[in-house]
Design a protein around this ligand. Structure first.
Ligand SMILES: *Cc1c(COP(=O)(O)O)cnc(C)c1O
Length: 418
């Protein structure tokens, strides 16, 4: 009764805010409260909250009712032991990693990373944290990169734009054996697609800006601790944060260093907007995945398209793995290469319904030429290592009617046929 499909099906999500947070006066949403400061009638209570002995808020950079309500819901759908929300997905990643790692550590990260995350890891290297970029579709390569000071493996469930699928089961087993923190960026496959707890991950990091918020109107990020890692064996936890339940030590350090000290706090109104998005997550994800599979099959047969990258296709190198990991759904990211005689810009400019924009996980279908935009900074050599051809187009599939998407793409391809 505690699989993610039970915790995050449509019914559960629609009622999550009222059932998990029990807002007062019959409200079905946790009220948004913008107070930065919080008054206590007895100063002993103020002291107890400061010292972590009592629940409550003292200053909204560290916590607010709206942020805690959203944390409760996001933690619930992952089946974790706690969550911390941040202003953006990048803030969740950077604040969590800066909180948990220190100079002299080694980490293994995917060589197929979201561009800004990759750029962040280059910054981390300036702080004397050694970073190895590894092909995470192959656990043997990850095992080969492990060292005595390896503290973390970080990868994404489905990489973008190449749609490589990490060997999450294999890496999880390896990390358990070697006592390494396993952090998954699960932006592409929010529960119930991936049951990150069941595969044994330590932390799941998610950009709430994408599928969970879902409507392109709010930024946010979250880290959830799934309770699988023993923080008592992690030497980077400061004695200050070894209070109460050891299951909470990792998140306590992230909350204090990453949120309180670094300060990328999610605003209460933003937390509310994300919570509203969460209500329809599963329905939107279902339609997105259905549309993406139909379009992938359409592209596979179309003579103007030379390559299609989509884990739902039999021909995808990790199709079986994806099918088993993601509950027989394959996500909303689909990349294509056009036949050489078609100009990528002409094709994109000819689209009427599909929007040319950077972003993904939206209700609307989006298209982007990645080599000249989000991966421009990386240079040709690194793009080639990541499997990104110059003409690659990334599509983020929305929830429109399938036929309308196919019609728009067909008319654009016809318009640019030489
Ligand atoms: C967008 C994205 C992020 C960053 O999220 P923001 O909310 O935009 O900061 C991180 N990881 C992945 C996989 C993403 O797609």
């Amino acid at each position: 009764m505690n699989k993610p499909s039970d915790r995050s099906n449509n019914t559960q999500l629609v009622h999550a805010d009222r059932l998990i947070n029990r807002p007062q006066n019959g409200a079905v949403h946790e009220p948004t409260n913008n107070s930065v400061l919080f008054e206590f009638e007895d100063v002993a209570d103020l002291e107890a909250v400061f010292q972590g002995k009592q629940a409550g808020h003292v200053y909204s950079r560290s916590s607010s009712g709206s942020a805690v309500a959203l944390q409760n819901m996001l933690n619930h759908i992952e089946g974790g032991v706690g969550a911390v929300v941040f202003a953006t997905g990048m803030a969740a990643i950077s604040s969590s990693l800066f909180s948990l790692l220190k100079a002299g550590d080694h980490i293994i990260v995917s060589q197929y990373l979201f561009g800004n995350t990759l750029s962040f890891f280059k910054t981390l290297a300036n702080f004397a944290i050694e970073v190895s970029y590894i092909d995470v579709t192959d656990v043997d390569k990850v095992a080969g990169a492990c060292k005595a000071n390896t503290k973390m493996v970080f990868c994404e469930s489905i990489a973008n734009p190449g749609t490589q699928i990490s060997d999450l089961d294999g890496i999880s087993a390896l990390c358990r054996e070697q006592n390494i923190v396993f952090a998954i960026d699960n932006t592409m496959t929010p529960a119930p697609m991936l049951d990150a707890k069941a595969i044994g991950a330590s932390l799941v990091l998610t950009s709430l800006t994408k599928y969970i918020g879902g409507h392109g109107n709010v930024l946010g990020g979250v880290v959830v601790d799934l309770g699988n890692f023993d923080w008592q064996s992690f030497e980077n936890i400061s004695d200050t944060y070894k209070v109460a339940d050891p299951q909470q030590w990792g998140l306590t350090q992230i909350r204090k260093r990453g949120l309180r000290d670094m300060g990328a706090t999610l605003a209460p109104s933003a937390a509310h907007q994300v919570a509203v998005g969460l209500e329809t997550l599963n329905m939107r994800m279902q339609k997105t995945c259905e549309n993406a599979l139909c379009l992938a099959e359409f592209f596979e047969k179309h003579d103007a398209i030379t390559k299609v990258f989509y884990p739902g296709l039999q021909a995808h190198p990790q199709h079986e793995r994806a099918s088993h990991l993601f509950n027989r759904r394959f996500g909303g990211i689909l990349s294509i290469e056009l036949a050489e005689h078609i100009d990528v810009r002409h094709f994109l400019n000819a689209l009427n319904l599909v929007i040319c924009a950077t972003h993904l996980g939206d209700t609307r279908t989006l298209a982007l030429p990645v080599a000249t935009t989000i991966f421009h900074e990386n240079g040709a050599q690194q793009r080639s290592a990541m499997g990104i051809a110059d003409g690659l187009i990334r599509l983020s599939i929305g929830i429109e009617e399938t036929k309308d998407l196919i019609d728009d793409i067909t008319q654009a391809l016809d318009a640019v046929r030489p």
